[in-house]
Write a protein that binds this ligand. Structure first.
Ligand code: GLY
Length: 379
């Protein structure tokens, strides 16, 4: 009998090697069904506490429950509203109080089952509950599988800016089940792709080239290509996090596109006018534009990036964002709220070429203003 395509594919395992706690990232199809077998070695008691959102709960919570029950692991779950608004104090309080009500002990395991919002919030709830409870990430969006579930950044948004409240708290295990990506709407998938293509731009020109060729079929559903892209992204992130866990240097490269992107997200009210990965993709194009104007990278690089984003059916510049935007100074002031500001200076991730990014703390803001002014004029 021929196996269905997904069950014929092996599970890939990568390791994030850290001095205090190394852990595995498993990537493949059918991981929810195997969750009991994969997770039970980490449990001291045969129970887990799952934080999820209502959308993921409707689609996938039963599959997780069945997978856990196959190894007699009992699951209790709290589903929070889906969306970025959840990533704030009120829902964090709800999650932590719920975990306390459930009598979660320090030896228990919390599971973050959802996209980036749930991963960040649940990880932070685990970090602060009883001064730290262990947790496992089961990311359900492409964005969470390639970025936010790996590396231990957890937290919530402040009303004054994104991700301003948080802690480093590494998971014990990350399970990236590629089957769950089939229920993402295409725009959400492509938003996650913004983070995938970022890895090529920041450190692997060969991967960027592979994505130029294979990105469209991967987005259309080719599962082997999805696994390859998620694996390569996680491999790059795991390497960077292992070398610079607390972001004293190299890890900042993962913020390529984020300084511009966060300002655009803030300007659009973190609404569905602009999803996070869309902001990152536009931000990467702007970071290359800035690099080119500063004479650092070739003239063709920003247009090559925009051409690829166009092939993928993604937003590629500010002209693709509906509605009003602030002027260049307004955007620069929003950048000033970013975590990457030190001594009042905004750190930019610039590039010498596609695949060769670096951090620069002394950028001439007149050039940044000119890049933004020109991009806004195209609207
Ligand atoms: N998302 C950027 C980082 O994890 O460092």
């Amino acid at each position: 009998m021929l196996l269905p395509e997904s069950s014929a594919m092996p599970i890939e395992t990568l390791s994030v090697d850290l001095p205090e706690c190394s852990y595995d990232i498993k990537i493949g199809p059918g991981l929810l069904a195997q969750s009991g077998a994969l997770i039970s070695p980490f449990l001291k008691q045969q129970r887990v506490f799952v934080l999820t959102d209502e959308t993921v709960a409707d689609l996938h919570l039963d599959a997780l429950r069945q997978g856990l029950l196959a190894r007699n692991v009992q699951m209790t779950a709290l589903a929070l509203p889906a969306g970025e608004q959840t990533k704030g104090w009120p829902e964090l309080e709800k999650a932590v109080e719920w975990l306390i009500e459930q009598r979660v002990e320090r030896s228990d395991m919390v599971i973050a089952f959802g996209g980036g919002v749930i991963g960040d919030l649940a990880g932070f709830a685990a970090a602060i509950l009883r001064r730290g409870v262990e947790f496992i990430q089961i990311p359900t969006s492409l964005l969470a599988q390639v970025d936010s579930s790996v590396g231990g950044k957890t937290g919530i948004n402040s009303v004054q800016g994104k991700n301003l409240i948080g802690a480093f708290h590494q998971p014990q295990l990350v399970l990236a089940d590629v089957d769950v990506l089939n229920t993402l709407d295409p725009r959400q998938f492509l938003s996650g792709y913004g983070e995938v293509v970022k890895y090529g731009m920041l450190g692997d020109a060969g991967f960027f080239k592979w994505l130029e060729k294979n990105g469209p079929s991967m987005a259309a559903g080719d599962q082997a290509k999805r696994i390859h892209a998620i694996r390569r992204s996680c491999e790059m992130k795991a390497g960077i996090v292992a070398r610079d866990e607390k972001e004293h240097g190299e890890r900042a490269l993962l913020n390529l596109g984020h300084t511009f992107g966060h300002a655009l997200e803030a300007a659009t009210g973190y609404s569905d006018r602009l999803l996070h990965g869309e902001g990152v993709a536009i931000g990467c194009a702007l970071a290359f534009e800035l690099s080119q104007r500063l004479g650092l990278c070739a003239q063709e690089d920003p247009s090559r990036i925009r051409a690829h984003l166009t092939d993928m059916g993604m937003k590629k510049d500010m002209a693709d964002i509906a509605g009003e935007l602030p002027d260049a100074d307004g955007l620069i002031s929003l950048m000033g709220q970013d975590k990457k500001v030190t001594d009042g200076k905004i750190a930019f991730i610039l590039a010498r070429s596609i695949g060769d990014a670096f951090v620069e703390k002394n950028v001439d803001m007149a050039v940044v203003r000119a890049v933004l002014t020109d991009a806004l004029a195209e609207r």
